[in-house]
Design a protein around this ligand. Structure first.
Ligand code: SAM
Length: 262
Protein backbone atom coordinates (compact mmCIF):
# COMPACT_ATOMS: atom_id res chain seq x y z
CA UNK A 1 0.00 0.00 0.00
CA UNK A 2 1.33 3.45 -0.92
CA UNK A 3 0.93 6.14 1.68
CA UNK A 4 1.11 9.90 1.33
CA UNK A 5 1.16 12.50 4.03
CA UNK A 6 -0.71 15.74 3.94
CA UNK A 7 0.74 18.69 5.77
CA UNK A 8 -1.68 21.14 7.23
CA UNK A 9 -0.62 24.66 8.12
CA UNK A 10 -2.88 26.93 10.06
CA UNK A 11 -2.72 30.30 11.70
CA UNK A 12 -4.18 30.01 15.16
CA UNK A 13 -6.29 32.95 16.32
CA UNK A 14 -5.22 36.29 14.92
CA UNK A 15 -1.87 36.37 16.67
CA UNK A 16 1.57 35.33 15.50
CA UNK A 17 1.32 31.84 16.81
CA UNK A 18 1.55 29.46 13.86
CA UNK A 19 1.53 25.74 14.06
CA UNK A 20 1.88 22.77 11.82
CA UNK A 21 0.46 19.35 12.18
CA UNK A 22 0.89 16.12 10.30
CA UNK A 23 -2.34 14.45 9.35
CA UNK A 24 -2.94 10.75 9.43
CA UNK A 25 -1.67 8.83 6.36
CA UNK A 26 -4.10 8.76 3.43
CA UNK A 27 -4.42 5.81 1.06
CA UNK A 28 -3.63 6.81 -2.52
CA UNK A 29 -6.32 4.57 -3.95
CA UNK A 30 -8.97 6.83 -2.40
CA UNK A 31 -10.08 9.52 -4.89
CA UNK A 32 -7.87 12.52 -4.24
CA UNK A 33 -9.63 14.83 -6.69
CA UNK A 34 -13.15 15.91 -5.80
CA UNK A 35 -15.83 14.51 -8.08
CA UNK A 36 -18.35 16.99 -9.39
CA UNK A 37 -21.89 16.96 -10.65
CA UNK A 38 -22.32 20.14 -12.71
CA UNK A 39 -25.94 21.20 -13.20
CA UNK A 40 -26.11 23.00 -16.54
CA UNK A 41 -28.98 24.96 -18.10
CA UNK A 42 -29.32 24.61 -21.87
CA UNK A 43 -31.03 26.88 -24.44
CA UNK A 44 -34.86 27.03 -24.57
CA UNK A 45 -34.79 27.61 -28.32
CA UNK A 46 -31.85 29.77 -29.30
CA UNK A 47 -28.56 27.90 -29.47
CA UNK A 48 -26.66 31.13 -28.82
CA UNK A 49 -27.95 31.15 -25.25
CA UNK A 50 -25.58 28.41 -24.07
CA UNK A 51 -22.91 29.99 -21.87
CA UNK A 52 -19.17 29.93 -22.60
CA UNK A 53 -18.57 28.32 -19.22
CA UNK A 54 -21.15 25.61 -19.92
CA UNK A 55 -19.44 24.67 -23.18
CA UNK A 56 -16.08 24.42 -21.42
CA UNK A 57 -17.46 22.18 -18.68
CA UNK A 58 -19.37 19.95 -21.12
CA UNK A 59 -16.19 19.50 -23.19
CA UNK A 60 -14.15 18.31 -20.24
CA UNK A 61 -16.70 16.19 -18.33
CA UNK A 62 -16.63 12.38 -18.29
CA UNK A 63 -20.30 11.86 -19.16
CA UNK A 64 -23.60 13.73 -19.45
CA UNK A 65 -26.74 12.72 -17.59
CA UNK A 66 -29.67 13.80 -19.73
CA UNK A 67 -33.41 13.44 -20.21
CA UNK A 68 -33.46 12.29 -23.86
CA UNK A 69 -30.14 11.15 -25.34
CA UNK A 70 -31.29 12.12 -28.87
CA UNK A 71 -31.99 15.73 -27.82
CA UNK A 72 -28.69 16.12 -25.96
CA UNK A 73 -26.83 14.34 -28.77
CA UNK A 74 -28.22 16.90 -31.23
CA UNK A 75 -27.24 19.76 -28.93
CA UNK A 76 -23.63 18.51 -28.76
CA UNK A 77 -23.56 18.17 -32.53
CA UNK A 78 -24.93 21.69 -33.03
CA UNK A 79 -22.32 23.05 -30.62
CA UNK A 80 -19.62 21.06 -32.42
CA UNK A 81 -18.63 19.26 -29.24
CA UNK A 82 -17.19 15.79 -29.71
CA UNK A 83 -19.42 12.83 -28.77
CA UNK A 84 -19.72 12.13 -25.05
CA UNK A 85 -21.14 9.25 -23.10
CA UNK A 86 -24.81 10.05 -22.49
CA UNK A 87 -26.60 8.53 -19.50
CA UNK A 88 -30.38 8.80 -19.69
CA UNK A 89 -32.13 9.86 -16.50
CA UNK A 90 -35.74 10.95 -16.78
CA UNK A 91 -38.82 11.27 -14.61
CA UNK A 92 -39.34 7.49 -14.54
CA UNK A 93 -35.72 6.59 -13.72
CA UNK A 94 -35.59 4.10 -10.85
CA UNK A 95 -33.39 4.33 -7.76
CA UNK A 96 -30.91 1.78 -9.17
CA UNK A 97 -29.94 4.20 -11.95
CA UNK A 98 -29.48 6.99 -9.40
CA UNK A 99 -27.31 4.62 -7.30
CA UNK A 100 -25.23 3.87 -10.40
CA UNK A 101 -24.68 7.61 -11.04
CA UNK A 102 -23.74 8.18 -7.39
CA UNK A 103 -21.23 5.32 -7.60
CA UNK A 104 -19.60 6.93 -10.60
CA UNK A 105 -19.35 10.21 -8.72
CA UNK A 106 -17.82 8.37 -5.79
CA UNK A 107 -15.14 7.03 -8.13
CA UNK A 108 -14.12 10.61 -8.84
CA UNK A 109 -15.83 11.21 -12.18
CA UNK A 110 -17.01 14.61 -13.35
CA UNK A 111 -20.60 14.33 -14.56
CA UNK A 112 -22.89 16.95 -16.09
CA UNK A 113 -26.67 17.06 -15.58
CA UNK A 114 -28.85 18.65 -18.28
CA UNK A 115 -32.50 18.39 -19.31
CA UNK A 116 -33.92 18.67 -22.83
CA UNK A 117 -34.10 22.47 -22.53
CA UNK A 118 -33.79 25.13 -19.87
CA UNK A 119 -32.88 24.47 -16.26
CA UNK A 120 -32.84 20.90 -14.90
CA UNK A 121 -35.40 20.40 -12.14
CA UNK A 122 -37.69 23.21 -13.33
CA UNK A 123 -40.72 21.16 -14.52
CA UNK A 124 -38.06 18.71 -15.69
CA UNK A 125 -36.10 15.76 -14.24
CA UNK A 126 -33.16 16.51 -11.96
CA UNK A 127 -34.57 16.81 -8.46
CA UNK A 128 -34.41 13.07 -7.75
CA UNK A 129 -30.66 12.93 -8.43
CA UNK A 130 -29.67 16.28 -6.93
CA UNK A 131 -31.61 15.53 -3.74
CA UNK A 132 -29.56 12.33 -3.27
CA UNK A 133 -26.22 14.20 -3.26
CA UNK A 134 -25.22 14.88 0.34
CA UNK A 135 -25.28 18.59 1.11
CA UNK A 136 -23.23 20.25 2.35
CA UNK A 137 -20.45 18.61 0.42
CA UNK A 138 -18.99 15.49 2.03
CA UNK A 139 -16.83 12.58 0.93
CA UNK A 140 -15.16 14.34 -1.96
CA UNK A 141 -18.49 14.80 -3.72
CA UNK A 142 -19.48 18.22 -4.95
CA UNK A 143 -22.36 19.90 -6.67
CA UNK A 144 -21.98 22.99 -8.80
CA UNK A 145 -24.47 24.96 -10.85
CA UNK A 146 -23.95 26.73 -14.16
CA UNK A 147 -27.04 28.93 -14.49
CA UNK A 148 -28.61 29.83 -17.79
CA UNK A 149 -31.95 29.91 -19.61
CA UNK A 150 -35.29 29.03 -18.09
CA UNK A 151 -38.58 29.79 -19.85
CA UNK A 152 -40.35 31.16 -16.78
CA UNK A 153 -37.55 33.63 -16.03
CA UNK A 154 -37.45 34.82 -19.64
CA UNK A 155 -41.25 35.25 -19.61
CA UNK A 156 -41.21 37.19 -16.36
CA UNK A 157 -38.47 39.52 -17.62
CA UNK A 158 -40.28 40.33 -20.85
CA UNK A 159 -43.78 40.54 -19.33
CA UNK A 160 -43.51 44.09 -18.04
CA UNK A 161 -45.43 42.95 -14.94
CA UNK A 162 -44.09 43.55 -11.41
CA UNK A 163 -41.59 40.77 -10.70
CA UNK A 164 -39.95 41.71 -7.42
CA UNK A 165 -42.03 38.86 -6.07
CA UNK A 166 -43.62 36.06 -8.06
CA UNK A 167 -45.07 32.56 -7.75
CA UNK A 168 -44.11 29.77 -10.16
CA UNK A 169 -46.72 27.01 -10.35
CA UNK A 170 -45.32 24.89 -13.20
CA UNK A 171 -47.86 23.01 -15.34
CA UNK A 172 -51.41 23.14 -13.91
CA UNK A 173 -52.74 19.76 -12.79
CA UNK A 174 -54.89 18.02 -15.41
CA UNK A 175 -57.72 17.08 -13.05
CA UNK A 176 -57.51 17.04 -9.26
CA UNK A 177 -56.72 20.46 -7.82
CA UNK A 178 -56.99 22.25 -11.16
CA UNK A 179 -59.96 24.50 -10.40
CA UNK A 180 -58.79 25.00 -6.80
CA UNK A 181 -55.46 26.29 -8.17
CA UNK A 182 -57.08 28.67 -10.65
CA UNK A 183 -59.47 30.01 -7.99
CA UNK A 184 -56.56 30.55 -5.58
CA UNK A 185 -55.05 32.99 -8.12
CA UNK A 186 -57.83 35.46 -7.17
CA UNK A 187 -56.15 36.03 -3.78
CA UNK A 188 -52.55 36.12 -5.07
CA UNK A 189 -50.84 39.50 -4.61
CA UNK A 190 -47.72 38.42 -6.47
CA UNK A 191 -47.23 37.87 -10.20
CA UNK A 192 -48.01 34.26 -11.16
CA UNK A 193 -46.12 32.34 -13.85
CA UNK A 194 -47.11 28.95 -15.23
CA UNK A 195 -46.35 26.60 -18.10
CA UNK A 196 -48.77 25.12 -20.58
CA UNK A 197 -48.50 22.90 -23.64
CA UNK A 198 -49.90 23.74 -27.05
CA UNK A 199 -52.59 21.04 -26.61
CA UNK A 200 -54.13 22.69 -23.58
CA UNK A 201 -53.27 26.38 -23.91
CA UNK A 202 -56.70 27.56 -25.05
CA UNK A 203 -58.59 25.47 -22.48
CA UNK A 204 -56.32 26.62 -19.64
CA UNK A 205 -56.56 30.32 -20.58
CA UNK A 206 -60.37 30.08 -20.79
CA UNK A 207 -60.58 28.38 -17.39
CA UNK A 208 -58.32 31.04 -15.83
CA UNK A 209 -60.58 33.71 -17.37
CA UNK A 210 -63.64 32.09 -15.75
CA UNK A 211 -61.94 31.62 -12.36
CA UNK A 212 -60.83 35.29 -12.25
CA UNK A 213 -63.94 36.78 -13.89
CA UNK A 214 -64.46 39.09 -10.90
CA UNK A 215 -61.10 40.80 -11.68
CA UNK A 216 -61.64 41.83 -15.34
CA UNK A 217 -58.80 44.38 -15.46
CA UNK A 218 -56.13 42.04 -14.15
CA UNK A 219 -53.25 41.80 -16.63
CA UNK A 220 -52.18 38.61 -18.41
CA UNK A 221 -49.18 38.11 -20.69
CA UNK A 222 -48.93 35.05 -22.93
CA UNK A 223 -45.40 34.27 -24.15
CA UNK A 224 -44.97 31.92 -27.07
CA UNK A 225 -41.77 30.48 -28.56
CA UNK A 226 -39.42 32.64 -26.46
CA UNK A 227 -35.97 33.17 -27.99
CA UNK A 228 -37.08 31.45 -31.22
CA UNK A 229 -37.83 32.79 -34.69
CA UNK A 230 -41.59 33.15 -34.11
CA UNK A 231 -41.32 34.56 -30.58
CA UNK A 232 -44.57 36.29 -29.62
CA UNK A 233 -45.73 38.12 -26.49
CA UNK A 234 -49.45 38.90 -26.19
CA UNK A 235 -50.54 41.46 -23.58
CA UNK A 236 -54.16 41.09 -22.55
CA UNK A 237 -56.51 41.23 -19.53
CA UNK A 238 -58.77 38.72 -17.82
CA UNK A 239 -61.73 40.42 -19.50
CA UNK A 240 -60.28 39.83 -22.99
CA UNK A 241 -58.54 36.53 -22.22
CA UNK A 242 -61.02 34.17 -23.89
CA UNK A 243 -60.76 36.17 -27.10
CA UNK A 244 -56.95 36.24 -26.88
CA UNK A 245 -56.96 32.48 -26.23
CA UNK A 246 -58.89 31.72 -29.39
CA UNK A 247 -56.79 34.15 -31.46
CA UNK A 248 -53.30 33.09 -30.44
CA UNK A 249 -51.31 30.87 -32.84
CA UNK A 250 -51.54 27.30 -31.54
CA UNK A 251 -47.98 26.31 -32.26
CA UNK A 252 -44.90 25.92 -30.10
CA UNK A 253 -44.36 26.40 -26.38
CA UNK A 254 -46.16 28.73 -23.97
CA UNK A 255 -45.67 30.52 -20.68
CA UNK A 256 -48.60 32.35 -19.03
CA UNK A 257 -47.88 35.31 -16.73
CA UNK A 258 -50.69 36.78 -14.63
CA UNK A 259 -50.26 40.12 -12.90
CA UNK A 260 -50.88 40.49 -9.18
CA UNK A 261 -54.31 41.07 -7.63
CA UNK A 262 -53.97 44.77 -6.83
N1 SAM B 1 -36.79 23.15 -17.68
C1 SAM B 1 -37.47 24.06 -18.58
C2 SAM B 1 -37.20 25.48 -18.11
O1 SAM B 1 -36.28 25.70 -17.31
O2 SAM B 1 -37.90 26.39 -18.57
C3 SAM B 1 -38.94 23.76 -18.68
C4 SAM B 1 -39.24 22.40 -19.23
S1 SAM B 1 -40.95 22.05 -19.37
C5 SAM B 1 -40.93 20.34 -19.70
C6 SAM B 1 -41.36 22.66 -20.95
C7 SAM B 1 -42.29 23.86 -20.88
O3 SAM B 1 -41.54 25.04 -20.67
C8 SAM B 1 -43.05 24.11 -22.17
O4 SAM B 1 -44.24 23.32 -22.24
C9 SAM B 1 -43.39 25.57 -22.06
O5 SAM B 1 -44.48 25.79 -21.19
C10 SAM B 1 -42.11 26.10 -21.40
N2 SAM B 1 -41.13 26.53 -22.43
C11 SAM B 1 -39.96 25.94 -22.72
N3 SAM B 1 -39.34 26.60 -23.70
C12 SAM B 1 -40.13 27.63 -24.04
C13 SAM B 1 -40.04 28.69 -25.01
N4 SAM B 1 -38.99 28.79 -25.82
N5 SAM B 1 -41.04 29.58 -25.08
C14 SAM B 1 -42.10 29.48 -24.25
N6 SAM B 1 -42.24 28.52 -23.33
C15 SAM B 1 -41.28 27.60 -23.23
Amino acid sequence: MILIFLREERVKDKGLECWESWKKPVKLNKPTLPSILSIISTPIGNLGDITVRSIEVIKKCDAIICEDTRVTGSLLKALEIEKKELISCHGYTDDKKIDYILERLEKGEHLVLVSDAGTPGISDPGYKLVSRIPQPTTDNRQLEVLPGPSAFLAALSVSGLPINQFVYTGFPPLKKGRQTLFKSFAEENRTIVLYESVHRIEKTLCEIASALASQPERKVVICRELTKMYEETVHTTIDALKESASGITKKGEFVIVIGPNR
